[in-house]
Design a protein around this ligand. Structure first.
Ligand code: GAR
Length: 211
């Protein structure tokens, strides 16, 4: 049985999708948030999952917080660490510690639009498609070998909220599928690239009308 530790900062809808997927051969050992009031913590606790709120504001430095976070994660002997809306910049020591066993989901088609306000930036650029990416975490923010992507159309009357909602429904499909592939041992990184799940997931969710 593989242990998964999920890190969140807020509502945790991606965390919920992964828990609800009940991935064979894996258990969600703990959900940890950097905000003690993160709504997702209560949801996980109600389901008997170990939860912890570790308030980053109580730490003098990013390094000190990441050290505590790593200790809390390691207490659950994780095979995989899943960042699910975890809105923190991580130190290089932290990302190195979980190299090859830490995934993130980002609501854009990386390498476009790393960072914040991705949906508004895609609309402002006149993008015709948007989407989400699951990737292995490296020291560079929202970078790292891409595991899977899903694509949605950007509509003329989209707002950041309407586009975010369309992308989020894809996130909830894509992330559990990617975690399932990791748990099954199907995600190898070679020459900085991941084979396998990406092409399939993107093709299945491609709903962009032809011009
Ligand atoms: C999701 O859209 C996720 O892709 C994004 O935050 C949201 C969290 O929602 N993550 C990032 O922007 C990371 N750079 P959730 O808490 O309901 O899963």
């Amino acid at each position: 049985m593989k242990n998964i530790v999920i890190l969140i900062s807020g509502r945790g809808s991606n965390m919920q999708a992964i828990v609800d997927a009940a991935i064979p051969g894996a258990r969600v050992a703990a959900v940890i948030a950097n905000r003690p009031d993160a709504a997702g913590l209560a949801w996980a606790a109600e389901r008997g999952i170990a939860v912890l709120g570790l308030d980053h504001k109580q730490y003098a430095s990013r390094e000190a917080f990441d050290d505590s976070l790593a200790a809390a994660i390691d207490a659950h002997a994780p095979d995989l660490v899943v960042l699910a809306g975890f809105m923190r910049i991580l130190t290089p020591a932290f990302t190195a510690r979980y190299e090859g066993r830490m995934l993130n989901i980002h609501p854009s088609l990386l390498p476009s639009f790393p960072g914040l306000h991705t949906h508004q930036r895609a609309i402002d650029m006149g993008c015709k498609v948007a989407g989400c990416s699951v990737h292995f975490v490296t020291a560079e923010l929202d970078h790292g070998p891409i595991v899977a992507q899903a694509v949605v159309p950007v509509l003329d009357d989209d707002t950041a909220d309407s586009l975010a909602a369309r992308v989020l429904t894809q996130e909830h499909q894509l992330y559990p599928a990617a975690v399932r592939r990791f748990v099954a041992g199907e995600l190898g990184i070679r020459d900085g690239r991941v084979g396998g799940v990406g092409a399939t997931a993107a093709t299945q969710s491609l709903q962009v009308p032809a011009l």
